[in-house]
Design a protein around this ligand. Structure first.
Ligand SMILES: Nc1nc2c(c(=O)[nH]1)N[C@H]1C(S)=C(S)[C@@H](COP(=O)(O)O)O[C@H]1N2
Ligand SMILES: [Mo]
Length: 191
């Protein structure tokens, strides 16, 4: 493991807490039988997983550092989650697929390259530091892509759209960087 100094990107400050940041309201789920997860776009056949089907996917433990564009970083997070590869096994991607758009509740979106999403450090998080995700941190499922700024880690994620070309998601349309590498300080679109 890298020493602390190399784990904290430029311009970031460590926090022991777990700040909550999002646009809009926290979704409330009264009936998870209505929850589903869609794989669509450049796939041979679209797939929709039910809540039960999603929760039956094999889980793993992940440990990582997270870096928010608002300058806090939090080291040594322990997660239980589902590897992206486990979810992607359910579809056959068309060869043109190069980018993904993650779709979350209330139409919130974020974009990233397929290769970044498919790294074995990216996953769908279900528990953080031993506890089920709280509603404000993304219950029941959030994406976690720790090598990019944390806004790419969609809370309340409900689907993956596979795309040929990069397209801006919610914050990317509102001035944030298309890629968002914290070690290069790619915070805003002019960085
Ligand atoms: N659905 C959704 N996911 C989201 C956001 C959002 O507004 N909606 N905000 C992002 C931003 S800007 C950050 S920094 C992280 C914050 O996650 P946290 O509240 O668990 O710390 O969630 C990301 N995921
Ligand atoms: Mo953020």
């Amino acid at each position: 493991m890298k020493d602390i100094e190399h784990r904290v990107p430029p311009g970031q400050t460590l926090t022991q807490g777990f700040p909550v940041l999002h646009y809009g309201s926290v979704p409330y789920y009264s009936d998870l039988s209505k929850w589903d997860f869609r794989l669509f776009g450049l796939v041979e056949e679209e797939v929709t997983l039910s809540y039960d089907q999603f929760m039956e996917l094999p889980r793993k433990q992940f440990t990582n550092d997270i870096h928010c564009v608002t300058t806090w970083s939090k080291l040594d997070n322990e997660w239980e989650g589902i590897a992206v590869s486990e979810v992607l096994k359910r579809v056959k991607l068309k060869p043109e697929a190069q980018y993904v758009m993650l779709h979350a509740e209330h139409g919130w979106t974020t974009n990233l390259p397929l290769d970044d999403f498919m790294r074995d450090t990216s996953f769908f998080g279900l528990k953080h530091n031993g506890q089920p995700l709280t509603p404000d941190h993304g219950y029941p499922v959030r994406a976690v892509v720790p090598h990019l700024y944390f806004w790419k880690s969609a809370k309340w994620v409900r689907g993956i759209e596979f795309m040929e070309k990069d397209k801006p998601g919610f914050w990317e349309r509102n001035g944030y960087h298309m890629y968002g590498d914290p070690f290069k300080e790619q915070r805003y679109d002019f960085d």
